[in-house]
Design a protein around this ligand. Structure first.
Ligand SMILES: Nc1nc2c(ncn2[C@@H]2O[C@H](COP(=O)(O)OP(=O)(O)O)[C@@H](O)[C@H]2O)c(=O)[nH]1
Ligand SMILES: [Mg+2]
Length: 349
């Protein structure tokens, strides 16, 4: 009698037909400000999704970046750097990061290396590591290895850091170059819990496009301004008219003081022009289509100290004092445009 299923005789068809295990989970990128968390997230996603800069406290929110392959879905959570907060905004940022490191399935703990790194973990790093609950799966990322002059110094360093915790893996890399990304995915994949995908597989983020529009404007402000100006800036998308052939986006850039307004506008509005066109290019790259972007500047003194304003600007969905809640990123159909772009990119034309 002919065997109904190809392959070795004897095995039960149900076993052979079994689908491979699917895994999905949240992976929080945490660490001090400026160690390269956002750069690493973009390297992992293969997209310049989140904003990065040379200035600390660039990331103010917890932002999910989603990467799916056939059997694994990584929901990376980029978080603000944990720091000594001086404002309500700062406290809120720390709370977001700490919530992410408690709730995520896996933690990517990012440290940076300097030219002559010490084999001992810095106190500030250790303080963050101490916040990670016992038993959490932690992968240690030693970023910026390109800066280490004597690569031989890496061996004692790996040994020293390994004493701090039973890390699932230690990966030295340069997030600016993307070669390290496959290694991280290979280490983290098996650590993800078994289960169904948390998001549709073509989704890139849990955030709506308008969130990234605001971020890309802020990124340009970070790029062109100095000192306290970038920290006193918040961006609000007032309207987003998608019905037009070229979507029209109106944005308000809140600054802390009138003197900052003059700086951001620049001579004859020149700086504002640069900020607007830089941000527009980023939005167009994300959406894969042309947009019209108009940016207006408004003085809103002390917005970062006002609970009301923070909420209005989207920075205080969870009050820093609230008890931590087990939270999965939003699964609502909140970001059709980011998703749309992903699928067009993957399709043959
Ligand atoms: N030399 C070097 N610089 C890096 C590397 N990764 C990130 N950076 C830089 O470090 C700065 C902070 O990066 P960012 O991703 O914004 O840090 P975050 O605050 O931890 O999110 C930026 O200027 C990055 O270009 C790296 O591998 N090597
Ligand atoms: Mg960041």
């Amino acid at each position: 009698m002919a065997e109904p299923y190809p392959g070795k005789g004897g095995a039960k068809p149900s076993k052979r037909a079994k689908a491979p295990t699917r895994r999905a989970g949240t992976v929080a990128l945490v660490g001090r400000p400026n160690v390269g968390k956002s750069t690493l997230m973009n390297a992992l996603l293969g997209e310049r999704l989140t904003i990065t800069s040379q200035k600390p406290q660039t990331t103010r929110d917890r932002i999910a970046g989603i990467l799916s392959n056939d059997n694994e879905q990584f929901v990376f959570l980029d978080t603000p750097g944990i720091h000594a907060a001086r404002t309500k905004l700062g406290a809120h940022m720390n709370a977001l990061a700490e919530e992410a490191l408690r709730d995520a399935d896996v933690v990517l703990f990012v440290c940076e290396l300097g030219g002559n790194p010490s084999p001992e973990m810095a106190r500030e790093d250790r303080e963050i590591l101490d916040k990670v609950p016992e038993g959490k799966k932690v992968v240690l990322i030693l970023n910026k290895v390109d800066r280490v002059k004597d690569k031989g110094a890496l061996f004692p360093l790996l040994e020293g850091y390994a004493k701090e915790r039973d890390f699932a893996a230690i990966v030295p890399l340069s997030a600016r170059r993307t070669e390290g990304a496959p290694r991280i995915l290979a280490e983290v994949g098996p650590l993800l819990p078994e289960g169904d995908f948390l998001f549709p597989e073509d989704e890139l983020s849990d955030r709506p496009v308008r969130f990234f529009v605001a971020e890309y404007v802020r990124e340009q402000v970070l790029r062109y301004t100095r000192n306290e100006v970038p920290h006193g800036v918040a961006v609000e998308v007032e309207s987003f008219d998608e019905g037009l052939r070229v979507p029209r986006i109106q944005v308000v850039l809140h600054v802390d003081r009138d003197s900052h307004k003059a700086i951001v506008l620049g001579e004859k509005g020149r700086m504002m022009k640069e900020i607007g066109s830089g941000a527009r290019a980023r939005v167009e790259a994300l959406l894969g289509r042309q947009v019209h972007l108009a940016v207006h500047v408004r003085t809103t003194p002390g917005w970062y100290e006002s609970d009301h304003k923070l909420r209005e600007l989207g920075y205080a969905r969870t009050a820093p004092t609230e008890a931590p809640q087990k939270k999965r990123p939003r699964t609502a159909d909140s970001d059709p445009s980011v998703r749309e772009r992903k699928s067009t990119k993957d399709s043959p034309r």
